[in-house]
Write a protein that binds this ligand. Structure first.
Ligand SMILES: NC(=O)c1ccc[n+]([C@@H]2O[C@H](COP(=O)([O-])OP(=O)(O)OC[C@H]3O[C@@H](n4cnc5c(N)ncnc54)[C@H](OP(=O)(O)O)[C@@H]3O)[C@@H](O)[C@H]2O)c1
Length: 507
């Protein structure tokens, strides 16, 4: 752990950063999109920043026949120039079939050789960068090849398993997957990725709430009117069409990213930054969420599906017309929900969540709307209804925080207008924030599970959504249509407007 002390005379900065210990990263699905676009560039950035151990190697494993050199050439094209050679020579590749036990014997032999070369005694990480249908096969074969365990009793030296989202497609499959993994790996060895938790701005929710004394006293039902959480995408389904058609917005975004953000913004203060103290509070919060009201005449969760429309000035097709999507698909591309958290802090405060594809813009934010002033002393001069203060945690793009407040406009005797106090990451820290995978890979190498989803977290979130999935499966009513480029539709608007509130605009 590196510590940088406060810089005298400037802003108080206290940094703690982890340096990766020696590690072996074994990636299944190394010929795929995630490895090429995210994993290799993120590992290279860690190397570039001096955070990777010199005793590190990556072994790619896939069916595609490639030599070490072929794999290195593919990797080279994905990373920025500068010290490439020093890095690239630590990449290796081995090909074989995921269900072939001999493949795992060859992997084990290769790992043993490489560990001798790199003098790595422990810290093997098996990363499943493959479609979910392959998870159980690979886990089973790792177990059979005794690659999932080691002799040392020290937890930190146990091999680790990184599992990508989606973690199951419903409660049953999530429980089955957990059971299968636990046959070979203990919970302390499992790193379930929700890459939103690797984003700087999502982690900043914790810093903002628990490193400042002024907001926490207001962070409750006495001062907060409601909270809106939005993940909007302007993109359609692209090359993920066939996966997305089976998943939909509830499984792809809501079960993981949206509930993660909700739990961070609403959970009780953990006693320390220790991983399980934070994860305990997240799960406790998820357990306090009131089950959705799914009665047909009053539903708390609404789904939509984009039809043809215009996004960024371009005509785009509807979801059902996307290549790879079934023409009679009933999959949702938009979810809006009203949620309540039944605990002392949040009783009666609505949380409105929405996520959708093919909306007018890409935006992720959490907006906390405070209660209005109880009485306007300016009513006598015609200024009765004062807008509420809104605190916006801007997750992406234009990462930052803004707080709106009322202030006197100069000139007239009583003229009040809304102003925004804005903090933008780009202004202070430069334009580019580190890719979420850098943080997650670094933490995994260091054995820090804080930003990884625990088994009970996954299970509780699927338990919450299971009745919704069932109701949608059994209804004849299709998702509500919305033209691509629109940010909502009347039923989603009604969800919030029937409470006398509005979705934040513009997206
Ligand atoms: N790509 C992303 O940005 C992203 C983001 C978040 C989460 N994820 C998750 O990360 C995992 C990997 O994603 P990805 O986009 O990299 O996947 P991918 O490119 O579709 O697949 C990765 C590799 O798995 C092998 N593979 C694919 N389909 C297979 C099949 N039916 N049978 C056997 N092998 C198959 C292929 O390698 P070989 O044929 O050479 O074996 C392929 O190169 C998925 O679970 C995905 O949900 C991806």
């Amino acid at each position: 752990m590196q510590k940088i002390e406060p810089i005298a005379g400037k802003l108080q900065i206290i940094c703690a950063e982890t340096q990766a210990p020696p590690a072996a990263l074994v990636v299944f699905g190394a010929s795929g999109d995630l490895t090429r676009r995210k994993l290799v560039p993120s590992i290279f950035e860690l190397f570039h920043r001096g955070l990777l151990s010199e005793r590190f190697y990556l072994l790619g494993c896939s069916r595609k026949k490639l030599s070490d050199d072929d794999f290195r050439k593919i990797a080279q094209d994905t990373i920025q120039a500068g010290h490439q050679k020093d890095f690239i020579n630590n990449l290796y590749y081995i090909s074989g079939d995921y269900d072939d036990e001999q493949f795992y014997k060859r992997i084990k032999k290769r790992i043993t050789e490489l560990e001798a070369t790199y003098k790595i005694e422990s810290n093997r990480i098996f990363y499943l960068a493959v479609p979910p249908l392959l998870y159980t096969t690979i886990i089973d074969r790792l177990g059979k090849a005794t690659l999932s365990c080691c002799n040392q009793s020290d937890n930190r030296n146990q091999p680790k398993l990184v599992v990508e989202k989606p973690f199951g497609s419903d409660l049953k499959t999530a429980v089955e997957l957990n059971t299968k993994i636990h046959e070979c790996f203990k919970e302390s060895q499992i790193y379930r990725i929700d890459h939103y938790l690797g984003k700087e701005t999502v982690q900043n929710i914790l810093m903002f709430r628990f490193a400042n004394a002024i907001f926490e006293p207001l962070w409750n039902r006495n001062y907060i009117d409601h909270i809106q959480i939005t993940i909007a995408e302007s993109l359609g389904v692209g090359h993920r069409a066939s996966y997305y058609d089976k998943a939909g917005a509830l499984r792809d975004m809501f079960q993981n990213h949206m509930l993660s953000m909700l739990s961070l913004v609403a959970m009780e203060p953990p006693t320390s930054f220790y991983p399980d103290h934070i994860r305990d509070e997240k799960v406790k919060l998820l357990r306090s969420i009131r089950p959705f009201n799914l009665l047909p005449w009053h539903t708390d969760i609404i789904r939509g599906r984009y039809t043809a429309g215009t996004v960024d000035g371009k005509n785009v097709c509807g979801f059902r017309q996307e290549p790879g999507v079934a023409p009679d698909s009933n999959t949702e591309t938009f979810v809006a929900a009203k949620m309540f958290i039944d605990n002392w802090r949040w009783k009666g405060v609505p949380f409105y969540l929405r996520t959708g594809k093919r909306l007018s813009a890409k935006l992720t934010e959490i907006a906390i709307t405070f209660k209005k002033v109880p009485h306007s002393m300016f009513a006598s001069v015609g200024l009765g209804d004062m807008p509420a203060n809104v605190l916006v945690l801007k997750i992406q793009p234009n990462e930052g925080i803004s707080l709106s407040f009322q202030a006197k406009r100069p000139g007239s005797k009583a003229c009040i207008g809304t102003l925004n106090m804005d903090f933008n990451y780009a202004d202070i820290f430069g334009a580019e924030l580190p890719e979420a995978y850098q943080r997650l890979l670094l933490d995994c190498m260091a054995g820090d599970q804080t930003l990884f989803t625990r088994q009970d977290d996954v299970q509780v979130s699927w338990e919450l959504l299971e009745p919704v999935l069932e109701a949608w499966k059994n209804t004849d009513l299709p998702p509500h249509p919305y033209p691509a480029g629109n940010d909502s539709f009347s039923q989603a608007d009604n969800l919030i407007e029937s409470d006398g509130r509005h979705w934040r605009k513009p997206l």
